[in-house]
Design a protein around this ligand. Structure first.
Ligand SMILES: Cc1cc2nc3c(=O)[nH]c(=O)nc-3n(C[C@H](O)[C@H](O)[C@H](O)COP(=O)(O)OP(=O)(O)OC[C@H]3O[C@@H](n4cnc5c(N)ncnc54)[C@H](O)[C@@H]3O)c2cc1C
Length: 609
């Protein structure tokens, strides 16, 4: 078989789109083969991009030259910076997107890629040669296509089974089928598969909602774009191109919880119908009612799915309870008394590949040229998928070149680095979601400096073109000029940087005293302010990280009570109590325990001493 393409990307979700974008723009002749090309870029669940830690990842993807930030800016219908009341390290940009326009925009962006063909089909087999290197794929219709590398991004579709109550339907997403053949082929190639589940809430008809009984949630007055390309323009020149809308907040109540409890035996998670594990951090409403039995209510966020649709997404009440129970519980929510459900919530179970079988390049250890990215690696979420897609796209392309070197981001460089490192060292026992708490260097991994951290790397890998690079350099110069100005100018007897470092100072107050500060572009001013204010913390964090390397030999007393370790995540408390590691180094090697957890225990032990 002749090589028709350099790279075949299987799947057109968020991982597949980013992989195809990167590979084709790096010059690899690429085919994206997917079950339904009109669904490329579709948001299977929540019509939103970003959020805590996830927003940072979108900014990183953008700085490296990916597409997710651009698509979000062009189709966002509400932009909010989450966690603004906390330190800037944990600010998380989030945008509600028009989910239909988002998918169309991803498809438009892909249509601009040179070297990229979009093919409609189901890949049922991966072809390899005697040396265990990929040679091509076979489609379900029998057609064979040759290639030199393959990126599998099949998401929730492998042997996918959807559950709503007792009803089971084959398919990876409502209205779509499942991919049946590929799982068996991956297993034959020697890969060990697992099975996970995720779920989605009901969608409600907009006109049937009494919004007066909900609290309105507006977007930010000054929306911040995800893409640095938009940020390079003076802020006043960027406004979201689409009309901006409100979201709404309501709550469940005890009567609803009673109905859920009374019907738990019909919930696939509790009846035994679903055996696989779901995302602990994105629990279904039935899970919440059981696990947090003493909570009188849970939030429901009503989020529009787009400007030209009357579908409202009910964030917070993902469920796989039977349709009749969903009807009952929805109507008991104040404001939803007359609600019409357009689509019932459901859970989906799917096959994944344990990511201990991949390298940090996302290439499988077993088969040369076979890369895996996205939900197939046990992750959950669009951003996690897109991040892996980009990494796999770059590495697959490099693999084709004789002088190939690996594209691997460090844990200190990017959340994307943390993500991959976690996947390959600690197999996820549930769909893996990114959190700021997973990153021990999170003071460095901010959304405001993603550009500084990663655009030079994007340039090096070849995804940042000359025009973008020139804009980046211009911005970098402006930042340096701003910092030099603060060092060289005095305010009230001290340097402007020392003045700004005071807790009661901020850039707005500085600008009242220093006319030159007024001229600095707001996004640059914010970056300089963060850098100046947190200089000491960042230096301290660096020292802690160094100390952490020596922790292998530090013993943990058997009498430690993990429940009393301040700030430790519940997951870590559970695992450490079960494993009772003898040293900090050993604790770190337990899957699910992060360096951030170890730092908290070390601080706890230091205090005890
Ligand atoms: C019901 C549901 C609920 C979810 N809930 C959440 C949630 O609460 N929180 C969260 O963070 N994430 C959630 N997700 C997950 C989120 O949708 C995924 O994380 C994300 O879409 C994964 O992206 P991906 O690119 O890996 O795969 P997907 O977006 O699933 O895309 C997979 C692509 O592969 C194609 N494909 C599959 N098999 C083949 C084949 N053999 N041949 C050709 N093409 C193939 C499909 O057509 C599709 O285009 C949910 C998903 C679903 C379906």
């Amino acid at each position: 078989m002749r090589n028709k393409y350099d790279i075949i990307v299987i799947g057109g979700g968020h991982a597949g789109a980013e992989a195809a974008w990167a590979a084709s723009r790096l010059g690899a002749s690429t085919a994206l083969v997917t079950l339904d090309p009109t669904r490329i870029g579709q948001m299977s669940c929540n019509p939103a991009i970003g959020g805590l830690a996830k927003g940072q990842m979108v900014r990183e993807i953008d700085a490296l030259g990916g597409l997710m930030g651009i698509a979000t800016d062009n189709t966002g219908i509400q932009f909010r910076m989450l966690n603004r009341s906390k330190g800037p390290a944990v600010w998380g940009p989030r945008a509600q997107a028009d989910k239909y326009k988002y998918a169309v925009e991803v498809q438009r962006l892909l249509s601009t890629c040179p070297n990229l063909d979009i093919l409609n089909g189901e890949v049922s087999e991966i072809l390899t040669d005697d040396s265990k290197a990929v040679r091509g794929v076979t489609l379900a219709n029998g057609a064979r296509i040759g290639c030199r590398a393959i990126i599998v991004t099949t998401g929730t579709f492998l042997r996918a089974l959807m559950h709503t109550g007792e009803k089971k339907t084959e398919g990876g997403r409502v209205g779509e089928g499942a991919a049946r053949g590929l799982s068996g082929c991956l297993a034959k190639l020697g890969l060990e598969l697992g099975r996970l589940k995720t779920g989605t809430p009901p969608r409600i008809k907009k006109e049937s909602i009494d919004f007066s009984k909900f609290d309105e949630q507006l977007g930010d007055d000054e929306p911040a774009p995800f893409s640095h390309l938009n940020e390079y323009q003076p802020r006043k020149n960027w406004a979201p191109p689409l009309q901006q809308v409100s979201c709404w907040i309501g709550a469940t109540n005890q009567t609803i919880h009673d109905i859920i409890r009374a019907n738990l035996h019909r919930a696939p998670m509790y009846s035994g119908q679903i055996q696989s594990t779901g995302p602990r951090y994105c629990p279904s409403i039935e899970d919440k009612v059981v696990r947090f039995a003493d909570k009188p209510s849970h939030h429901i966020f009503l989020e529009p799915e787009g400007l030209d649709t009357n579908e409202i997404y009910c964030n917070g009440i993902s469920t796989s309870l039977p349709a009749d129970v969903q009807e009952q519980m929805i109507r008991l929510v104040p404001g939803l008394e007359r609600a019409e459900i357009l689509r019932y919530g459901y859970a989906v179970e799917y096959d994944m590949v344990w990511p201990t079988q991949i390298r940090s390049t996302l290439e499988t250890k077993a088969i040369r040229g076979l890369f895996l990215a996205g939900q197939i690696n046990g992750t959950s979420g669009y951003e996690e998928a897109a991040a892996q897609g980009l990494i796999a796209g770059v590495n697959a392309t490099r693999d084709l070149r004789e002088d190939s070197s690996d594209f691997v981001l460090g844990r200190d460089e990017a959340y994307m680095g943390v993500l991959v490192d976690d996947l390959v060292t600690k197999p996820p026992t549930e769909p893996y979601r990114m959190f700021t708490s997973r990153a021990e260097h999170r003071l460095h991994l901010r959304n405001d400096n993603a550009d500084e951290r990663l655009t030079p790397i994007g340039r090096e890998i070849g995804l940042v073109d000359d025009s973008r690079w020139a804009q980046f350099e211009n911005r970098r110069q402006q930042i340096e000029d701003g910092i030099a100005l603060l060092r060289a100018t005095r305010v009230e007897g001290v340097t402007a940087s020392d003045w700004l470092r005071r807790s009661e100072s901020d850039w707005t107050k500085l600008a009242e005293k220093l006319p030159e500060a007024r001229a600095v572009e707001p996004s640059i001013a914010r970056l300089i302010e963060v850098r100046v204010k947190y200089e000491g913390y960042i230096a301290r964090q660096d020292r802690q990280i160094e100390k952490f390397a020596k922790m292998e030999s530090k013993l943990i007393p058997a009498s430690i009570d993990y429940a009393t370790v301040v700030g430790l995540r519940n997951e870590a408390k559970q695992k450490l109590s079960t494993f009772t590691p003898r040293s900090l180094g050993q604790a770190l090697r337990i899957s699910g325990i992060t360096p951030a957890d170890i730092t908290l225990i070390a601080i706890h032990l230091d205090k005890k001493r």
